[in-house]
Write a protein that binds this ligand. Structure first.
Ligand code: F6R
Ligand code: MG
Ligand code: MG
Length: 377
């Protein structure tokens, strides 16, 4: 039997420049150093450090399975080191997502978000990672529904006998911390009845009935784990592609629709999701608009292979940056048009999210202040 490989994508916002924009290169450097120590110690096979907006993303490959204490500790230490650098430079929100001083054995519930998958590596293993800024985990639900359930997006569901089997979708209730696995296409309408409510439900995993894990999303609700607002979740997703799974192009297609996602400024607005290159992911308009980046790579004997020379040392990879091309300009232009339109609502719904979803509020104070002046109608 082949040895299984685990791919872990762990992210956190531990400080940035000029507000909530971009981690300093020094922060990325010390995080890389912590990762390289993980390779030296034999816990990691390979890694790649990247970012989307103000969030740092640590992509790691190893053979230790999901939720491995040592692997999570490497990620935790990398974030701690980066936060330390941010603090030294007096950067903004330094250490924001690290909710405790000490590592407790798993980054989940401690602030960072994690998407991990374990599988037997196929002879060739293409993969996409998605990284988002200024939005919540349910942002991926609509693209997932299109990629894995919609034959008008993924023609493979109709004409590729392996994809034709359909997928199992794990849906989580992010408020009550419950999950259920449902089958598509048999239960497609039931699945949509749940995940259409992006305030409560999000897709965590997608499973192919023969091939196994196909996609995984980080669904931690940061504001709920912290008990108070400490930043949006800014989720990540990994999708295995090709040979019975969605083609890369099928997995990217839904992002040509700049859907409205909640988050953006103060985690409290609806903005159009803007696909862009990693280097273009600084939030430049009204702390946004909410961004999404997509990187393409191969997993090759447990290592990451991009366009760098074969057998390059760990940490030196160059994945494809799928949203960098000008093909995506029309989508970006449309996203900006929609986002500017949404801003026209100012502090009125649906420009802002519903009162329960607001990340900041003065409403209780205002209601208290005017209490004695409130009269029956
Ligand atoms: C949203 C985000 C920003 C901040 C905003 C106010 O996820 O990070 O839009 O909410 O810049 O930030 P503070 O409260 O730090 O002044
Ligand atoms: Mg942030
Ligand atoms: Mg962020």
């Amino acid at each position: 039997m082949s040895e299984k490989i685990t791919v872990s994508l762990i992210k956190a916002d531990v400080g940035s420049i000029a507000g909530h924009s971009r981690p300093h290169p020094k922060m990325m450097e010390v995080a890389s150093l912590a990762m390289s120590k993980g390779v030296k110690d034999g816990l990691l096979l390979d890694y790649y450090v990247t970012r989307c907006g103000d969030d740092m993303e640590l992509l790691m490959t190893h053979r230790n399975g999901e939720n491995h204490k040592g692997v999570h500790e490497i990620a935790w230490n990398a974030f701690m080191d980066a936060a330390q650098e941010a603090k030294k430079m007096h950067l903004y929100a330094a250490g924001q997502d690290l909710l405790s001083d000490a590592f407790s054995g798993n980054v989940r519930g401690q602030g960072p978000g994690a998407a991990e998958m374990e599988f037997v590596e196929r002879p060739t293993e293409p993969m996409l990672i998605f990284m988002a800024d200024k939005c919540g985990p349910a942002a991926y639900s609509l693209p997932i529904a299109k990629i894995f359930m919609d034959p008008f997006t993924t023609t493979g569901l109709v004409i590729d006998p392996r994809a034709h089997l359909g997928y199992d979708i794990e849906v989580v209730d992010v408020i009550d911390h419950k999950k259920v696995i449902m089958s598509s296409p048999a239960e497609m309408y039931d699945i949509l009845a749940l995940i259409g409510d992006t305030t409560r439900f999000a897709v965590k995993r997608v499973l192919h009935r023969d091939i196994g894990i196909a996609a995984v999303v980080s669904t931690e609700k940061l504001n709920i784990s912290a008990g108070k607002y400490v930043g949006k979740d800014d989720p990540v997703m990994m999708v295995r592609c090709q040979s019975g799974l969605p083609a890369v192009g099928e997995a990217l297609q839904p992002f040509a629709f700049p859907q409205l996602v909640s988050g953006w400024m103060r985690g409290s607005h609806y903005g159009a999701w803007y696909p862009c290159a990693v280097d273009e992911s600084d939030p430049t308009y009204h702390d946004g608009p909410p961004r999404v980046c997509s990187l393409g790579l191969q997993i090759s004997n447990g290592k990451i292979q991009g366009i760098e020379p074969p057998n390059s040392p760990p940490g030196n990879h160059k994945p494809l940056d799928y949203f960098a091309g000008k093909e995506w300009d029309p989508v970006r232009n449309k996203a900006m048009e929609i986002s500017i339109y949404m801003r026209g609502h100012g502090p009125f719904m649906p420009g802002i999210v519903s009162p329960e979803e607001l990340e900041y509020t003065t409403r209780p104070d205002v209601l208290k202040k005017i209490e004695s002046r409130m009269e029956p109608l």
